[in-house]
Design a protein around this ligand. Structure first.
Ligand code: SF4
Ligand code: SF4
Length: 423
């Protein structure tokens, strides 16, 4: 029997979910910004369609299994939020909806196995390193393994860069101007440890002392954005215990992150912990999280030196930086401060690259189409290199540029800044 439920009453995040639904005036401005609508051309694969589907499901008019394929295809890129003239906070609806749906929906044994493997490896650098080593041995079996498992192997790198443990404190060079804590990340530590090293170098060079709490772990953003709420809460709570005491004692001014996905997830901690005893600590923590580009842009950095050779850079806006956190100016401002760097815009720059956490595993065909489109758009710029602020985007873009036979160098913003210091 059909029934209607007031969305405000469906849980601690109900008021935010209801607010997002109510604010949508169905104008359709967001459709042209949505990568899945662009590729598939279906209303139900657009932000407006998904808001309607989630509302209908939450109100009890629609079975979960009928509508989850459309919500599953959503990248969570938040391009619709940037475009929406009515200020619909789509993420306030999507993230809690996915958490609810995950508890009730049916999944095939293969989907459950894939999610289990992701859950138990990616957030833990030691396990991920081991999985990457084992994956390398299993690569010859790739073509005979079922879809998602084969896709996982495809995403594992052939070789991992050498790992170096991070120190617990990196002192400022010269007079200390600030003290921050660094979220070291999980996947990024394994795939691109040079990003943290570049971050530490740039911060120290500019008079910032950095604390890297040893007991910290994954921030839980990946889990949060894929509906694995219990794991997200567990991981986030652990990090609250590591970082909040530093903030309460004024030991650090900020918590800095160099991964867009982590930054955006940590800023959502207030909503994640809403209605729990941790809500106040979560809000305090979220208010102190800053992307490295924002922190550096506000710091009045020492002058940067020219790079050994002039460089034309295509700067790619990571969705979790540009759309979820509205950070677009600061990375460009920092890169433009290098005397011989030229920035060029990427056509359709607002579109996601198709990385989006585990999207490559769960929606491989769409992720491939969107990734290839991004790579082709980058190549039209004639840039020498690609720069962005998120490890997921770096991996995805690198894969698709290589597949097109044009493996341009791809760096994190701080890696280029560190080069401009070394030079
Ligand atoms: S642009 Fe905003 S208000 Fe208009 S349909 Fe999209 S989400 Fe709704
Ligand atoms: S989050 Fe991205 S993929 Fe999802 S509806 Fe919005 S624009 Fe489309």
């Amino acid at each position: 029997m059909q029934h209607t439920i007031a969305l405000e009453t469906i849980g601690p995040q109900g008021p935010e979910m209801a607010h997002a639904v109510e604010k949508c005036v169905h104008c359709g401005f967001c459709l042209s910004a949505c990568p899945t609508y662009k590729v598939l051309g279906e209303e139900m694969d657009s932000p407006r369609g998904r808001i309607y589907l989630m509302k209908e499901q939450l109100e009890g008019h629609l079975a979960l299994d009928e509508m989850t394929p459309f919500v599953d295809r959503c990248l969570g890129c938040m391009a619709c939020v940037t475009t929406c003239p009515s200020g619909v906070e789509y993420g306030d609806l999507l993230t809690p909806f996915r958490a609810r749906a995950e508890q009730e929906r049916s999944r095939s044994p293969m989907e459950r196995l894939t999610r289990l493997m992701v859950r138990e490896t990616l957030p833990y650098p030691g396990r991920f390193r081991l999985a990457a080593a084992m994956g390398k041995l299993a690569k010859p079996l790739q073509s005979v393994l079922p879809g998602p498992l084969g896709n996982m192997l495809d995403l594992l790198p052939d070789a991992l860069p050498a790992q170096q443990p991070l120190p617990e404190i990196v002192p400022a060079v010269g007079e200390r101007r600030a003290r921050v804590a660094l979220l070291a990340g999980c996947v990024q530590q394994v795939l691109a440890p040079q990003i943290n090293r570049a971050t530490l170098k740039v911060l120290a060079h500019n008079g910032v002392e950095v604390l890297i709490p040893r007991a910290q772990g994954c921030c839980g953003s990946l889990a949060m954005h894929t509906g694995e709420e219990a794991q997200a809460l567990r991981l986030a709570r652990h990090n609250l215990d590591q970082f909040v005491p530093l903030l309460l004692r004024d030991d650090v001014d900020m918590v800095v992150t160099n991964a867009a996905g982590c930054g955006s997830g940590m800023k959502e901690y207030g909503l994640l912990f809403k209605g729990t005893v941790h809500e106040d600590r979560a809000k305090l923590f979220a208010s102190k999280v800053q992307d490295i580009s924002v922190f550096l842009a506000a710091l009045d950095m020492k002058p940067l030196q020219p790079l050994p050779e002039s460089l034309t850079i295509a700067y790619h806006d990571a969705c979790h930086l540009a759309h979820a956190q509205r950070i677009t100016a600061q990375p460009r401002q920092l890169l433009s401060a290098i005397p011989n760097v030229t920035l060029v815009p990427i056509p359709e720059g607002e579109l996601c690259c198709g990385s989006a956490g585990t999207y490559n595993l769960e929606q491989p065909e769409l992720a491939h189409q969107i990734g290839e489109r991004k790579a082709r758009n980058i190549l039209t710029t004639g840039a020498d290199a690609v720069v962005t602020g998120n490890i997921g985007c770096m991996t995805q873009i690198q894969t698709h540029l290589a597949a097109l036979g044009q493996p341009l160098p791809i760096w994190h913003t701080v890696e280029v800044l560190a080069q401009a210091i070394a030079a």
